[in-house]
Structure formats: structure tokens, C-alpha cells
Design a protein around this ligand. Structure first.
Ligand code: AMP
Length: 194
């Protein structure tokens, strides 16, 4: 797998506790060290800003994709390698997806969840086959994972659906999981928790 750019969805909130910020920073540093560029929502707030700053200060490349109307609210980052201004949220997501070789989900709110599920359902529908890795910092996604397992038991999801994404225990491990996924992924139908 040619991993040039990783699209990361994460929180726009500045209120998450320090360990979340530290892990996000570690992911950015690791990405830059491996020559993996960042594609993200273009803001300077929350974990989004922490991640972009970390990649940039470690010498990496960052592309921010932000709708014009959000540039003020999410304080568009002024120091990016490249900024793409879109007309809508839909165009933003389409552009982020077009640029990415893989996707990572870090802790976040409604926006992050929406982005995660959209990219996941696109994969479920066969519209792409790129890796999706969830960083379960501090067990953030445990309740969501439990919910998916329950949905699987009750028949709303299949084990193959759940295997469409992988979970790692911390943000920097996303890079290791992706570098490992250059070899063929686990057989479909197996629950992947790396
Ligand atoms: P949040 O996780 O809510 O802090 O939001 C993280 C990112 O998701 C921010 O850049 C938001 O602009 C974005 N976002 C919020 N709502 C949506 C949505 N409906 N579709 C796509 N992205 C969204």
C-alpha cells in the first residue's frame, strides 16, 4: 500500500484532557517521521489544531480542507502546506476522501462520528477499500464498539461489516497498523482488534 496521505478525523474541541492532546501530538510526530502527509479539516482548534501543529513542527506536510463558512468558527489554520476551501461540508468530505490513502479516527464529537460513519458506510457499500483505523485513546470508543458488537449479535450488522475497520489502543499506533496493513489484511469476517 502506498501511504502518502492519511486523512484524520478528530475533535474540534479544546476541552479534552491533556492525555488526549499528547497522544494526538505523538501521532503527528510519527506521521512526519514516516513521511506520511496529513489531510484534515483545516482548523486550528481542538485535536485538529494539535495534530496539524505536530506534523508541521516535525517537518511534515499538511493539507487542510475547510468550507468557507467554517473558516472563522474553526479558526482556519494559517500555517498549512496547502489549504483547500470548499463550498460545502459535502464537498469538504469528498475532497478529503479523494486525497487520502487511508483514514484514522481519533476521539471527537458529533462531527467526528459523522465523518467516521460516512467513510465506513462508503466502504460497506463498496465505494472504496482503503483502511480505516480507530484510535481508542483511553477507551474512548469502547461503548461504540460494544454497540457494534450488539448490533452484530442482533443481526443489524455482520462480522464482515465490523471487520471494515480496525481498532488500536493509542493514536500513534495508527501508523504501525497502517504500515502492517501493507501486507494482506486479516480475512473478512474476523473481528480485527489490533
Ligand atoms: P467534532 O467532532 O464535533 O468536534 O467535529 C470535528 C469536525 O467535524 C469539525 O471539523 C466539524 O466541522 C466537522 N463536522 C461537524 N459536523 C459535521 C457533519 N455533519 N459532516 C461532516 N463533518 C462535520
Amino acid at each position: 500500500m502506498n501511504l502518502r496521505r492519511l486523512c484524520v478525523f478528530c475533535s474540534s474541541s479544546d476541552d479534552l484532557p491533556d492525555p488526549f492532546r499528547a497522544e494526538t501530538r505523538a501521532l503527528g510526530t510519527r506521521m512526519a517521521a514516516e513521511g506520511i502527509g496529513l489531510v484534515y479539516g483545516g482548523g486550528s482548534v481542538g485535536l485538529m489544531g494539535v495534530l496539524a501543529d505536530a506534523v508541521l513542527s516535525a517537518g511534515g506536510k499538511v493539507t487542510g480542507v475547510i468550507p468557507g463558512f467554517l473558516a472563522t468558527k474553526e479558526l482556519a489554520h494559517e500555517g498549512l502546506t496547502k489549504r483547500i476551501v470548499t463550498r460545502s461540508m459535502h464537498e469538504r468530505k469528498r475532497e478529503m476522501s479523494r486525497l487520502a490513502d487511508a483514514f484514522a479516527i481519533l476521539p471527537g464529537g458529533f462531527g467526528t462520528l459523522e465523518e467516521f460513519f460516512e467513510i465506513l458506510t462508503w466502504k460497506q457499500l463498496g465505494l472504496h477499500s482503503r483502511p480505516i483505523i480507530v484510535a481508542n485513546t483511553g477507551g474512548w470508543f469502547d461503548p461504540l464498539h460494544e454497540h457494534c458488537l450488539r448490533a452484530c449479535e442482533l443481526g443489524a450488522l455482520t462480522r464482515r461489516d465490523i471487520a471494515l475497520f480496525s481498532i488500536v489502543n493509542s493514536a500513534p499506533e495508527v501508523v504501525d497498523a497502517l504500515l502492517r496493513s501493507r501486507v494482506p489484511p486479516a480475512a473478512p469476517g474476523r473481528l480485527t482488534r489490533t
